[in-house]
Design a protein around this ligand. Structure first.
Ligand SMILES: NC(=O)c1ccc[n+]([C@@H]2O[C@H](COP(=O)([O-])OP(=O)(O)OC[C@H]3O[C@@H](n4cnc5c(N)ncnc54)[C@H](OP(=O)(O)O)[C@@H]3O)[C@@H](O)[C@H]2O)c1
Length: 347
């Protein structure tokens, strides 16, 4: 082993205190101090620099709701994506000082299997971007457009939650991949302006200020060819209405449906998919690893050339992690919501 011994160290960890009864609150979580396990062969001790908070964690708080990964257990630590620096290593392939991305976030120090960690190059891009536009977030946007949405040059594209992490990436990637028109939706006038003024979209709908169906008709009067759906509900129904013949929908997520208790839009709108010969394709990003090399090469290039703007909202410290998660669900973020776990890291 290289680096400091573990076994006596402790780390602060966010745990699930109880299952939320409806919309989650900060009382559903706790911060605990737990011992750091002694490294076994092939393991790394990582000082986490940043961790990601993700909408998918909302479903994992429930007992029975089925999601695409395991649900959290009461009294146990949460987990999720994080990046950090290796401070002790029992794997000669990943020496001390390496930067890695892994899935044991929500704690300041993580012991991870080297085989389950990905080495990232903080010389190529700041660590935070390996969770954002160059990480799973950007990859979701890329897979959704290229594979699920089968984006073609000249397509008119609509992205919902367009001021969020996946949304800011998807809207910009669509333009860089040859879309003729890119429009987006977001909550609030400030976010809608940002989409046009800072990210270069051709139009934006503030869904809190006007019905999304009306807004979409205004910003995409000739209809849309691809809808990148982060929201579901009324957004999906409005997009079905706006889609042109043989249009495509990349079903990425449905954040508007998490805590809905009232009536939901009728599934009868799906008749439009028949009449317009639409393709609606759901996808889970981890099924598309074959696209990862071309994604990193293309997006890395756009970042270096300055064609791509990377937006982030950073909250400091593990004590702010739960607030960051709850805030992201409410829309407090622009771009990728991250928690900085190591105050020494400045990017
Ligand atoms: N399929 C996959 O493999 C995969 C992978 C990663 C993420 N996703 C999905 O991608 C979507 C975006 O995730 P993200 O990480 O980029 O999160 P995000 O967009 O950065 O954050 C969530 C955003 O959702 C918006 N929102 C919240 N409630 C809403 C509502 N009722 N109606 C409309 N918008 C609402 C908020 O923005 P406003 O202020 O604009 O409301 C908020 O900023 C989610 O649906 C997520 O589940 C899917």
């Amino acid at each position: 082993m290289t680096g400091p011994a573990t076994g006596t160290a402790t780390t602060r960890v966010v745990t699930l205190a109880r299952r939320p009864g409806g919309e989650p609150t900060s009382d559903d979580f706790a911060v605990a101090e737990l011992p750091v396990p002694v490294l076994e062969a092939g393991q790394l001790l990582v000082r986490n620099a940043f961790m990601s908070v993700d909408p998918s964690m909302r479903g994992r708080l429930e007992e029975t709701e089925k999601h695409y990964t395991t649900n959290f257990q009461v009294g146990e630590p949460l987990d999720g994506s994080a990046v950090g620096r290796v401070v002790a290593s029992s794997d000669p392939g990943v020496p001390v000082g390496s930067c890695v991305r892994h899935r044991l976030g929500w704690r300041e120090l993580s012991v991870v299997a080297a085989a389950a960690a990905t080495v990232v190059d903080d010389g190529q891009a700041p660590l935070s971007q390996w969770l954002g536009v160059l990480g799973q977030t950007g990859f979701t946007a890329y897979v959704g457009l290229v594979r699920a949405g089968e984006l073609r040059e000249g397509d008119a594209v609509f992205v919902s939650a367009a001021a969020g992490a996946v949304g800011t990436a998807a809207a910009q990637f669509a333009r860089l991949l040859g879309a003729s028109r890119v429009v987006g939706s977001a909550g609030g006038a400030a976010k809608a302006s940002l989409l046009v003024d800072e990210l270069g979209l051709d139009g934006a709908v503030d869904y809190r200020g006007e019905p999304v169906r009306e807004g979409l008709r205004r910003v995409a009067p000739d209809g849309i060819d691809v809808y990148f759906d982060n929201v579901g509900g009324d957004h999906l129904v409005a997009a079905l209405d706006a889609l042109n013949l043989e249009g495509r929908v990349a079903l990425c997520g449905m954040i508007s449906q998490f805590d809905v208790t009232g009536p939901r839009p009728s599934i009868d709108s799906l008749i439009l998919a028949v009449l317009k010969r639409l393709t609606l394709r759901g996808f889970i990003v981890r099924d598309h690893e074959d696209l990862r090399p071309e994604f990193e090469q293309r997006v890395g290039g756009w970042l270096r050339s300055g064609e791509l703007v990377s937006k982030q909202t950073v909250v400091d410290g593990i004590d702010g992690a739960v607030g960051a998660f709850l805030g992201m669900l409410r829309g407090d973020n622009v771009g990728k919501m991250l928690v900085r776990l190591d105050p020494q890291v400045t990017d």
